[in-house]
Ligand binder design. Sequence first.
Ligand code: GLY
Length: 358
Amino acid sequence: MSVSRRDFLATSATTAAALAVSASRGDALPSPVSRLAPGGAASRPVVLASSNGIRGVKVAYDQIVAGTDTLDAIIAGVNIQELDPNDQSVGLGGLPNEEGVVQLDASVMHGPTRRAGAVACIEDIATPSLVAKAVMDYTDHIMLAGQDARRFAVNMGFKTQNLLTEKSRQDWLRWKSRLNRGDAWLDHDDDIRIKFTTGTINMNAVNAAGDLSSCTTTSGMAWKVPGRVGDSPIIGAGQYCDNTVGAAGSTGRGEANIKVCGAFLAVEFMRNGATPEQALIKVMERVIAMTEKRLLDDNGRPYFDLNFYALTKDGRYAGASAYEGSDFAVCDEKGARIEKCVYLYKKEQRPTASPRET
Ligand code: GLY
C-alpha cells in the first residue's frame, strides 16, 4: 500500500477538530517520525493502553525502567485485566459467546526481533497474551486457533480453568432470555440492560533505547457466534509494531477494524510523517469509508465506536475514537494517567439507537 505524504498532510475539517483536542492538551506538534534514524534511537520510556489498562501501564512502565523487555513488561500489564474476574471484556470473567462459552483472542509483536505470535478462539486459558508469546517463542508459526491452541497451551504448561464467572453467566442468561419474545425462555423480571460489548485491552510500549512492543487481548464481542475471531489476534489489525517507526493497536468493533488493518495502517501513516493524532484520525476516516451502509446512520456516521492507540519510537502518543468521550491510559516519567482521545464527531452527533444495542 502506498500513502502519499500529501494525502495525510491535507488536513480535513474533521481532522482539524480532532487535533484541537490534542492542542488543548498542550502538546507541541511533533516532528515527522521519518526523520528518526531507523533501527535504534534514544527515546523515553512510554506505555500506552486503552483506558482499562490504567493499572497495567504503571506496572509495565516500572518494569521497563527497571530493564525488563518491553514485550514482557506489557504482557505483565495486560495480565492484570486478563486475571481480573471483574473485567468482563478480557480473560477470566470475559463475556461468553452465544452458547455461554468464553473464547479469547490475543496477539503480540516484539519490535527488536521483528517477531509476532497470536492465538484465536482459545478456551479455558485466562492469559491468552502469554500463550500468544509462547507461539512466538516456541514455534515457527504466528497464529494457533481453537482447540489446538488450547492443546498447545496445555502442553506448554498453562493451567486450564472455567473462565465463565457467575456474573458473566448470569448476564449471558439474561441476554439469552430476551432474545426472542416467542421462545421458551422466560424474561427475567429485572430491568437490567445487558449491553453488547466489544471491550478489549491494547498496550504498547517504547523504552529508552527506542525498542517497541505491542499486545492486544480480548474475550471479543459479547454473545458472538461460536468460532468468531475478531481483530485482536490479527497482526496488523488488533496491534502492530515496527521497531523503526512505532506501535499501534485497537479496541472496539473488530469487524470494522479488520477491513482496514488499522494498526498497520496507523504505523504506515506515521512512517510517512503523520503525527500519532493525524495517523489515527486518518485510520478512523478509512474505517468509516469502508463501513457497510447498515452500520451507518443517514449522515454516514457509524452506529459503533472503535478506538485506536498509537505510539512513536521517540515517545509521542495518541488515542482516537469515532465519537467524543473516549479515553486512554498512558504512563511516562510524569506517572500513570488517563487522557482524552481525539475524535471525529461530537458526542451529540452520535446516533441514539444502534441496531446491536437495542
Ligand atoms: N476488538 C475486539 C473484538 O472485536 O473482538
